[in-house]
Every structure is written in C-alpha cells, then in structure tokens.
Design a protein around this ligand. Structure first.
Ligand code: SF4
Ligand code: SF4
Length: 86
C-alpha cells in the first residue's frame, strides 16, 4: 500500500508571511489567508491540487511549514478553533 501523501501544514508562530512558499509551489496550491486580526498565513485551499512535493517547505527558511500526512485532521482542528473563536 502506498504511503499517505504528505501535505504542508503552516506553523503560524514561525511564519512571517513572506510568501516565498507560495511562489515556490509549482501547482499554485497555496494562497494567503487571514489567520488572526492583522496576520495572514499560507493556506492549502484544495488538497487534491497538492502533489506533496515539499517545495513549499523547502522554500521556507524559518521552518514555517511542516510536511505531514495528517493535514486534513489539522485543518479540521484549525477550522474548529476558528469557528469556536467567532
Ligand atoms: S515561506 Fe515560511 S515564512 Fe514565508 S509565508 Fe511561507 S511559511 Fe510563512
Ligand atoms: S507540497 Fe508541493 S504541490 Fe503541495 S503546496 Fe507544497 S509546493 Fe505546492
């Protein structure tokens, strides 16, 4: 059985919003999205577009992107937290 695809998960505490990861993605899979009041972070809108190549993570010099096979679970938690904060 093939290993699950790894996809990027942004660690907001490390991200400075430089957008280098977005520029590095050959699939245009990432876009900036509001995270906190005046803060934006890269976000993977459609996981099906992502090939899991890891170029976005490699492009970040701050360790702001972790490649993980659990990105869907992380997204649900993130969206749940956002919803709970509204
Ligand atoms: S390259 Fe790193 S610091 Fe820059 S926007 Fe992407 S995750 Fe954030
Ligand atoms: S892993 Fe590759 S395809 Fe997926 S968002 Fe990063 S650079 Fe784009």
């Amino acid at each position: 059985m093939a290993a699950p695809k790894q996809m990027p998960w942004v660690i907001p505490e490390y991200c400075e919003g430089c957008t280098a990861c977005i520029a590095a993605c050959p699939r245009q899979a990432l876009a900036m999205r509001a995270h906190r009041e005046d803060e934006q972070i890269p976000w993977l809108d459609d996981p099906d577009v992502c090939t899991g190549c890891g170029k976005c993570a490699d492009a970040c010099g701050l360790g702001g992107i972790a490649m993980t096979q659990f990105v869907e679970e992380a997204r649900q938690r993130f969206l749940g937290i956002q919803h709970a904060c509204v």
